[in-house]
Design a protein around this ligand. Structure first.
Ligand SMILES: Nc1ncnc2c1ncn2[C@@H]1O[C@H](COP(=O)(O)OP(=O)(O)OP(=O)(O)O)[C@@H](O)[C@H]1O
Ligand SMILES: O=C(O)c1ccc[n+]([C@@H]2O[C@H](COP(=O)([O-])O)[C@@H](O)[C@H]2O)c1
Length: 279
């Protein structure tokens, strides 16, 4: 039964998912519990959007494999889905544009649902188009429509502070207009980071920090390292993903060198600077 007093939320996670791990899936569950615990939100859907091959991060294997592994991993979930739109684009797509794309999709879906009420739709569309990123409260599609929020780990939030990585207007749009749910990772302190950033502080009410008490250090980098050393990765990834990796002989010393000689664009320097990336 729908609760009319709560706002519906769709969570969107962007990243390499190289490969998807149990922690990526946990991130969704943690975020949903956290938001619903406030009594203000009802999370209706989660979307995993693997980045395209043009991201050129070192060791990034083909998007087709990463998308397929994410599909296998979410087969048993009733609410987490995978979307391949971003991965199919020939150029790298900035996250703000990925969010906009999914927002448009949600809006179109709402429109189809409400198409008897075209006046209501047109009015909301106009409000939406005129919306200024500097507003402090995120806009939901319509009074009963879902709100789209970006879901990420604290490393991505902290990457907002890397010079020339994210455009300031994109950060304002993501956090000011849509909202962000950030899951803590070991070694990170999102509250401190928000406190030290004037831009994020301005939008603090739209940033939901989820504390993961069971510190879980699984990272795709650790998984790839274990795989190329012939170590077991069982119970770090869903079993279906472990089987897929084996069947397709993914993640070797050779695949880790992919894109190693690529001259990096500013947005890729994050990947390079990341302490998680190694040879
Ligand atoms: N252990 C974790 N705790 C919290 N968030 C996580 C964790 N692992 C991944 N994430 C988040 O999941 C999203 C997708 O992450 P990504 O695909 O880059 O995985 P990763 O494990 O960080 O990868 P890599 O090790 O290759 O850099 C990001 O928002 C990232 O912060
Ligand atoms: O939009 C941007 O400016 C931007 C800058 C840096 C990174 N991103 C996105 O952040 C995600 C980071 O993923 P990863 O695996 O490199 O940690 C990935 O989806 C990138 O497209 C996005």
């Amino acid at each position: 039964m729908e609760n009319p007093t709560t706002s519906k939320v769709v969570l969107l996670a962007c990243g390499s998912f190289n490969p998807i791990t149990n922690m990526h899936l946990r991130m969704f569950e943690l975020a949903r519990d956290h938001l619903e615990d406030t009594g203000q939100y009802s999370v209706i859907k989660g979307i995993i959007s693997p980045v395209g091959d043009a991201y050129k991060k070192k060791g990034l294997i083909e998007a087709s494999h990463r998308v397929e592994m994410a599909r296998l991993a979410t087969e048993s979930s009733e609410w987490i889905t995978v979307d391949s739109w971003e991965s199919q684009q020939s150029d790298w797509v900035e996250t703000s544009k990925v969010i906009r794309h999914h927002y448009e999709e949600l809006l179109a879906r709402e429109h189809n649902r409400d198409d008897v009420d075209t006046v209501k739709y047109t009015k909301k569309r106009r409000i939406e188009e005129n919306y200024i990123a500097s507003s402090l409260s995120p806009l939901s599609l319509c009074s009963d429509g879902p709100q789209l929020m970006l879901l990420c780990g604290a490393d991505v939030l902290e990457s907002f502070g890397i010079p020339n990585l994210w455009k300031q207007e994109d950060i304002a749009e993501i956090v000011g207009r849509y909202g962000l749910v950030c899951v803590t990772r070991s070694g990170s302190d999102p509250h401190k980071f928000i406190n030290q950033s004037d831009d994020l502080w301005k939008y603090r009410k739209n940033i939901h920090v989820v504390h993961e008490w069971v510190t879980n250090d699984i990272s795709a980098t650790h998984v790839r390292r274990a795989l190329r050393r012939g170590r077991s990765v069982r119970y770090l990834l869903p079993e279906s993903v472990v089987r897929y990796v084996q069947e397709h002989s993914l993640y070797s010393a050779e695949s880790e060198q992919k894109n190693a000689d690529v001259v990096l664009a500013p947005f890729q320097k994050y990947s390079d600077a990341s302490t998680k990336t190694e040879s």
